[in-house]
Every structure is written in C-alpha cells, then in structure tokens.
Design a protein around this ligand. Structure first.
Ligand code: PMP
Length: 597
C-alpha cells in the first residue's frame, strides 16, 4: 500500500489529540524512563476516564445483583444492565435488544454459536467455511464442533497481499455449506474483508454467516441489518471498554431456535428434577450472574466513542496507517506483511535483511517505551501461509500520534542498523557475532565450558550475577546487559540443533545439549541457542550458573529462588518466564540423568 497523502498537522478535521490523550490516564505514564507509546490497540485498547469512572461509580453506588431483587438498588442495577444492552443494539443497529447477548468477549460469542447452533444444525458431510486469516478463536471452536458432528472445515485462501481470494470462496460455497465464519478485519494483517458481499453469496446457498467483528467495531460503523449478518461477535476491551465483556448479536429467529449454551441461574423459566424449561431471549444465553459492571463500562465506552464520531476516528487512523506504512517501508530490510487495498490501522512486519527475531525487535522497542506485539497473533495457520513463525505488529487507536509513528520508525531504523553492524556481512570484522557466524563452533573434543572462568559453585556464580544486576541502575540497563550477554554466547553447532535437543515450552526456538565434560567424572557442560537475543541472554545466565558445575551442584541449586531474588521473574513476560522455566527444567532433568548414571 502506497501512502496517499502526507498528513497536514494543521488540518482542522484532525482529532484534538491533546484533549483525547488527556482522557486516557495510562497514556501519561513513562515506561522505562520514556513516554509510553502504546501501539498495541488491536490486542486491547486503553480506557478513557469515562469508562473507568462509570465502572467505579457503579461499584461505589449502584451495585446489586440484577433481575431478581425486589429492592430499589437491584432494580437500578438491572436498569443499567438492560440500558447497556439497548445501547449496544443501537450501536450495531440490531432490530431488537434481545438479539444482543452479553458474553465474556468474542471468543465466548463464537464458542456459543459453534456449540449451540453447531450442535443443532451440523451433521456429517456438512461444511463450515473459514478463512486463512482467522484468529484461533474462530478456528478452534469450529474444529471442536466439527469433530463432534462429523462436519468438515473448508478454508478460503488468501493472495500474497493478504486479501481473501473471493473466486475460491465462491467455488467453496455449495449446498453442503452450513455456515461461513470470517473476520471483518484481520487482527494480524489489518485486511478489511468484503463481508457484505460474502454474506450475500453465503445466503444464496442457504448458509448462515458469523462475522467476527473484534477488530472492526472500533474502526467504523457496524450495521448488522444492512450487513444481513446472522451472527456478529465483538469484545468490549478492543472498543475502549472493559475486559471480560463482549457481545454476540444473533438474528432473533436463529437464537430462538438454538439450544442453551450453559445451564444455571437466570437462563431458566422453571426447574424441577423432572424437567427444566428455559427463559426467552436474551436470558436463555446468559446463565449466572453476568459482568454487570462490564456492561456498564461497555455502554460508557460506546457513548464516548459516539461523541467523538467513528468517521473522525477512522479518518485519523487511516492517516496514521498511511504515514506509518510510508515510514516503515523506507527501512531497508523490513518486509511489511499484508498490503491489502482495504486495510485497518495495523502494520505487521518481519526483518529479513538482516534477519532479526521478532521477539528481539519487541524487546528493544520496549526499551524505548514503545509497545508492539510480537508472535503469531493467535493466527498460526496464517503465519504458515506467510512462511514466517511470527511477525511484529503495531496497531493504532484513536489516541496514537504521528510523533509515536516517528518514534517507532526511528527506533526500528536503529535496531536494523545495530543488527547490520553485527551481522557477518556488516562493518564489524572483529565483532563477536562475526566469530559466531564465521563458524567458530567448538568441535566435540573441545571443552564447551562458558564463561571462561567457571565459578566455584552455582551459588558463587549467582552472587556474581546478583552483584552485576545491583550495579546496573534500572531494568532497561539490565535488559541491555542481557541482550549483550546473548550476543556473546558461544555458538551451538547446527548439527546439535536436532529435535532431541529442542526445548518445548519456549515462545522462541530453543535448543539445549548437555554432556559430561570429556575426561571428567561428572562436570556438566552445555550449549544452548535461540533465535531471540533476549533468550540467548537468559541462556548466558544459565551457562554462568551451571556450565562447568557438577550434576549434584546443579540439582542442589534453587534457580527459581535466585530468579526471584534478582527480580527477573517479575520483569519477564509470562511466555518468557515459562521459557526460562522450561530451560531450567530441561537442565535439571538432564543433570539428574547424569547424576544417577
Ligand atoms: N478475533 C479477532 C479477529 C481478534 O483480534 C481477537 C482478539 N485478538 C479475537 C477474535 C478474540 O477476542 P477476545 O480475546 O477478546 O475474546
């Protein structure tokens, strides 16, 4: 996609960014000593004061359980909850509020349809059409119901720009098609799908359509009636509202014909041990006490967005996308994945020259206070189609600024330059990374011990590491140190990177090989490597702690307590913590085998 216009900062149609940003308390924070640049709104948007206050006010002065209370407070809470439903119905242009079911979010909405509608309507030989662009939450529930019912899943392919291939879609449609479930906007690439056209085609063969609107609703008007969608799902937290609340819109006739999804309080008409009859819509699908405060917060979010205007929001985000595409395309070696003609404000990229692990880009951007998401974005089939394991993704909301795009582009340029300097072909002939790449692999007869000076014991190594961490003033510096340690890690010969040495449970690729040092009785040494520099840094710490030590000493050392002590566990993301735990576990397991053999 080529940028169409350079934004004019004097344009009066632009949103008043200072006023908007002032309504998001979190955006005023500094992260790692720098102003927060939050570029991960596709994962979840930040919350304006209007939403935070509405929820706090509700809990402070209006909370009671809904529906069954004779007292005024319960009636007030019920009214707020049902008013929220009415606001959602107007927001979606649903014909009737009862067609709007509150759920935990898009995931639950889709699970509800797959489990309830699917169980009642799918038989062996029936077909469910999905697309390569789907989020796992619009794949897995369908696989589950397909397994139970004998239905079959068919998949709409994409072209290299990340657009659905509509000719293939038309060929897939047949009288066997029972349901088409597609996203309105792809979370990983930003592609806006031609859902209206797809609904017409599906209806022509008698199929119903579920639209996953998680990534659309905050970016443009939604009109379920003109779209003629049978089901439409979205999450409050991507719409400047709270987490834990979402909506399933369904056409009344379809919902009324569907069996309940969960059983419990509020969804019944009458219960006896012989028979239970169910409530009408919407209660039939809202078993148990719902997320009342969430509904109140979602309602406040919709009101707030409507005051600003979805057109203005979409126009602002389009400008940001054009500008960001322009800036990122100019970075040599950066490959943007997904160049659809119609795109929401999402940019996914990979570093091809020099190759840089997406996790490393994410960690280094984080050091600059810039939040982007790295990984498969819950779209592994799409990643497979793109031929990558993951991408880095920046996604914009109405509060993002051109200045933040500049910061992203500048930081990325520096990351690419640093990586280029370190790469074999780069201008760093004496650099450590050049030695790595030039194949300075130790032969199997050589000792593998690292670091050069092995500490007396894991405890002694732990003291050295703890001291170093204490000297470094803050976590950005400690991260930097970890990245540098990762750079210096001795290389792992490719022949050791076998499935046998693969460590499962890490987000990045990790291999770990351990042996007893030749000629010694039980001195353990090991090599490990990862495609992510930060993980290499963690491996370097493990090397320092354990390599060159006896198996018994390794087993006696409490690594978890040590990582706690240096606060590493607090400062790593959950996935990286799990990865570190998996490496430690593998080391202990292998050391245990050597200790007993
Ligand atoms: N579908 C899409 C397109 C999404 O982007 C997401 C969230 N990333 C989901 C479904 C799932 O949403 P939630 O986790 O809020 O249920």
């Amino acid at each position: 996609m080529k940028p169409e216009a350079v934004p004019s900062f004097a344009d009066p149609a632009l949103l008043d960014m200072a006023a908007i940003r002032a309504q998001f308390p979190i955006l005023g924070q500094r992260v790692r000593g720098r102003p927060l640049a939050y570029l991960d709104s596709a994962a979840s948007t930040q919350k304006p004061t209007a939403v935070i206050d509405a929820m706090a006010d509700y809990y402070r002065g209006q909370h009671a359980n809904i529906h069954r209370g004779a007292y005024q407070l319960s009636q007030m809470a019920t009214r707020l909850y049902e008013e929220a439903r009415e606001r959602v119905a107007r927001f979606l242009n649903a014909a009737d509020p009862v067609e709007c079911i509150f759920t935990r979010g898009t995931t639950e909405s889709i699970n509800l349809v797959a489990a309830s509608w699917g169980a009642a309507n799918l038989s062996p030989g029936d077909e469910i059409i999905l697309s390569v662009l789907e989020h796992h939450s619009n794949i897995v529930p369908w696989q589950m119901i397909a397994q139970r019912t004998g239905a079959r899943i068919r998949v709409i392919p994409i072209n290299d720009e990340g657009e659905l291939q509509l000719d293939a879609y038309h060929r897939l449609l047949s009288p066997r098609t029972r349901i088409v479930a597609v996203n309105h906007v792809s979370n990983a690439l930003g592609t806006i799908n031609p859902v209206a056209e797809m609904v017409v085609a599906a209806h022509a063969v008698g199929a119903v359509v579920l639209v996953d609107g998680a990534q659309w609703v905050a970016h443009g008007h939604t009109d379920v009636q003109s779209l003629d969608a049978d089901f439409y799902a979205f999450s409050g937290h991507k719409l400047y509202g709270p987490t834990g609340i979402g909506v399933l819109y369904g056409k009344r006739a379809l919902l009324e014909a569907m069996p309940p999804y969960q059983g419990g309080g509020d969804m019944i008409e009458r219960v006896t041990f012989v028979e239970t009859t169910y409530a009408g819509l919407p209660n039939r699908f809202e078993a148990g006490t719902p997320h009342i405060a969430g509904a109140v917060g979602l309602s406040a979010a919709i009101e707030w967005i409507e005051e600003i205007g979805l057109e203005a929001i979409a126009a602002h985000e389009d400008r940001l996308l054009v500008y960001a595409t322009d800036r990122l395309s100019a970075i040599r070696g950066l490959d943007i994945k997904g160049q659809a003609r119609r795109k929401a404000a999402v940019i996914s990229w990979v570093a091809v020259d020099p190759p840089i692990a997406t996790l490393d880009m994410g960690v280094q951007l984080d050091l600059e206070g810039i939040c982007v998401r790295t990984g498969h974005h819950c779209c592994q089939p799409l990643m497979d189609r793109l031929g990558v394991a993951s991408t880095a993704r920046a996604s914009f909301g109405l509060y993002n600024t051109f200045d933040e795009v500049d910061r992203l582009a500048t930081a990325l340029t520096a990351i690419f330059e640093r990586a280029r300097d370190r790469s074999p072909a780069g201008p760093d002939p004496d650099g450590v990374s050049r030695q790595r790449a030039a194949g300075a692999c130790p032969t199997s007869a050589e000792p593998l011990a690292y670091p050069a000076a092995v500490a007396e014991s894991p405890q002694a190594a732990a003291e050295q590491i703890a001291e170093l961490f204490e000297i470094l003033p803050d976590w950005p510096m400690r991260y930097q140190q970890l990245l540098e340690l990762g750079e210096q890690l001795p290389p792992m010969p490719p022949e050791l990177k076998t499935p046998e040495h693969f460590v499962a449970g890490c987000q990045s690729q990790v291999h770990l090989a351990l042996r007893v040092r030749p000629g010694s009785r039980d001195t353990i040494e090991f090599l490990a490597d990862s495609d992510a520099a930060l993980v290499r840094g963690l491996i370097a710490l493990l090397q320092q702690l354990f390599s060159g030590q006896s198996a018994a000493a390794i087993l006696a050392f409490d690594a978890v307590a040590f990582f706690n002590r240096i606060e590493l566990d607090q400062h790593l993301s959950l996935t990286r913590r799990n990865g570190l735990a998996a490496m430690v576990q593998r080391l202990r397991q292998l050391a245990g085998e050597h200790a007993t053999s």
